[in-house]
Design a protein around this ligand. Structure first.
Ligand code: PEP
Ligand code: MG
Length: 583
């Protein structure tokens, strides 16, 4: 990376922000390393000492508990671990790294653990390797303590920060309450990964693709983040800041102009409607938009509601969650997507097996069908909430008609038992399929007769159509929603749905791009569903064109043979839409 303080990365989520930086780990395997200024070295060694003490106390607590329940013999290991932590040579090594290399305590401890592993695993013999794990275990505990204490301390301060992390994951986005986060910068992360989806939905400026960034950072250092251009600037000068503030002002003015479209219905200039629904990830999203400014919730990502907790929500808790959303929407439909966990959407309290290829593994509907009791609870809660307002169900990762049949059987069973128990539920609860797996796309002409609506999950559809992992930074450049294959897939969905007389929408993140939304209208989609703060921009974009113009754009785009041409066509439209903003 060049040594300029201004660094170019990949823009993930638009917006401008500046403030003090805080480096976090999220759930990336690497330990974050940052620079500790010489004056902060004693404080850093103090952080290490505090973490060592608290890890030692925790070990002693566990020793006593195990001794009481299983006897002294079983508890011995905890005493051994405490002794390992008291070894002065290991401690000296860590302190030396902090003082001389001026790295943070986490990084210094991480290096010690790595060294244990390297030296001992190089030796032969299973028992020696077991020993390597034993000596590093207590230090791993110190590392976890450091990271957790850091989070708690940050949480208890009131400071707003820019988060920096090795990789953009959902956990990084949820590291702090959202009102405390100004922006996020990460060394790596996919543009359509779930972390990216969350950052956008939270409206947090975000830039990734900044290899080696963390090693240039100091905790608390000031930084500006330009999520529009994908630029970050370390320690900006007063002139840099003045220029940045000027752009912030311009952006706010444009946003106010576009905001005028928020209360208007989403219509093209000729009056044609494209419904604008919203994607909801958290109940915290609800106060940030007016239900009357939307056409309902097009995607309630229920797994994120589950992620905000420390155990599976009970039926009653889920019922209350869904009912709150349904009541909040005041008569507008709410589309509850059934649990879509797996791959990078892991629940801390629900361990799925380690998989070699998680995106192709145990995910979404596959888990629900294998473990029907999980989905039964969710369906019961959703059906009960349907008594309070219009509700629809959306099935993720549908790959075949059999899966829909199986799900229908579970659904019918749940409904019958609720009725028997005297619960009130809506008579008619539309069930839709997400189209995000190529087999569902190619058999859509068969599937469509068995569902009430479809919604395209472009985030996944692109990854599966193009065989490009949405979470893998190495292939991020190949992840291309404008690939002609993707556009022809979208055309197919619109066409098959239209012929069957079923509603179709797109709820993947690409729909939040106003030029793309125009394209989707031209293709014949009925709705787009995006994070709430994109709605005014989309309405504004639609208001600038007629359906006939959108169809003309579609013809040009479908005739393009390369995504480069598609990109240029959309760029021209985007330029046209934004230059006329605020006229
Ligand atoms: C999608 O895949 O486009 C989608 C909307 O679902 P998720 O991003 O949660 O996988
Ligand atoms: Mg998906």
């Amino acid at each position: 990376m060049p040594h300029s303080r201004s660094i170019k990365g990949t823009p993930i989520s638009t917006g401008l922000a500046h403030g003090p930086l805080h480096v976090v780990r999220g759930d990336a395997p690497e330990v974050p390393t940052w620079v500790v200024p010489a004056s902060d070295v004693p404080a850093e060694i103090g952080r290490l000492a505090a973490a060592l003490q608290s890890a030692g106390e925790e070990l002693e607590r566990q020793r006593r508990a195990v001794a009481a329940s299983s006897g002294d013999k079983d508890a011995e290991i905890f005493a051994v671990h405490r002794m390992i932590l008291q070894d002065p040579s290991a401690l000296g090594e860590v302190e030396k790294a902090i003082a001389e290399e001026r790295i943070n305590a986490e990084a210094a401890v991480g290096r010690l653990i790595e060294r244990f592993h390297r030296t001992l695993t190089a030796l032969d013999g299973a028992s020696v390797r077991g020993f390597a794990a034993d000596v590093s275990d207590p230090w791993q505990r110190v590392l976890d303590t450091l990271l957790e204490r850091d989070r708690r301390e940050l949480d208890s301060s009131q400071e707003k920060v820019v988060l920096a992390a090795p990789e953009l994951t959902p956990r990084v986005c949820a590291w702090l309450p959202r009102e405390r986060v100004l922006a996020i910068v990460c060394e790596s992360g996919g543009r359509f990964s779930h972390g990216a989806v969350l950052a956008r939905s939270m409206g947090l400026p975000c830039v990734v693709g900044l290899p080696g960034l963390l090693a240039r950072l100091e905790q608390g250092m000031h930084i500006t983040v330009d999520g529009d251009r994908g630029q970050v600037q370390l320690k900006p000068s007063p002139e840099d800041l003045a220029d940045f503030e000027r752009r912030v002002g311009e952006r706010q003015r444009r946003r106010r102009d576009v905001e005028r479209f928020a209360p208007l219905p989403a219509r093209a200039a000729c009056g044609h409607r494209l419904e604008t629904q919203v994607n909801i990830e958290s109940l915290l999203d609800l106060p940030h938009f007016e239900p009357e400014h939307t056409d309902g919730v097009g995607l309630l990502r229920t797994e994120f509601l589950y992620m905000e907790r420390s155990s599976f929500p009970s039926e009653e808790e889920q019922y209350r969650l869904y009912r709150r959303v349904v009541e909040h929407m005041r008569g507008r439909p709410v589309t509850i997507r059934t649990l879509d966990i797996g791959a990078d959407k892991q629940l801390p309290y629900f361990q799925t097996p380690k998989e070699r290829n998680p995106a192709l593994g145990w995910r979404g509907l596959r888990i629900s069908l294998q473990w029907p009791d999980l989905i039964q609870v969710q369906l019961r809660a959703a059906l009960r909430a349907s008594a309070h307002g219009p509700l629809r169900l959306l099935l993720p990762m549908v790959g075949s008609l059999e899966q829909i049949d199986q799900m229908r059987r579970i659904f019918d069973g749940v409904r019958a038992s609720l009725t028997e128990q005297g619960y009130e539920c809506a008579e008619d609860l539309p069930v839709g399929a997400m189209i995000e797996v190529p087999s569902a796309l190619l058999s859509l002409h068969q599937i469509i007769a068995h569902v009430d609506f479809v919604s395209v999950g472009t985030n996944d559809l692109v990854q599966y159509l193009l065989a490009v992992d949405r979470d893998n930074a190495f292939v991020a450049g190949l992840y291309d929603p404008l690939h002609p294959a993707v556009l022809s897939a979208l055309q197919r969905v619109a066409e098959v749905s239209r012929r069957a007389g079923k509603a179709c929408s797109v709820c993947g993140d690409i729909a939040s791009d106003p030029a793309f939304a125009v394209l989707l209208m031209g293709l014949g989609f009925d709705a787009v569903s995006t994070a709430p703060h994109f709605v005014p921009e989309i309405k504004y974009g639609l208001s600038r064109v007629s359906l006939a113009q959108a169809q003309e754009l579609v013809r040009a785009v479908l005739a393009a043979e390369r995504s480069q041409e598609v990109r240029q066509l959309l760029k021209d439209w985007q330029a046209e839409l934004s230059t006329s903003a605020g006229r």
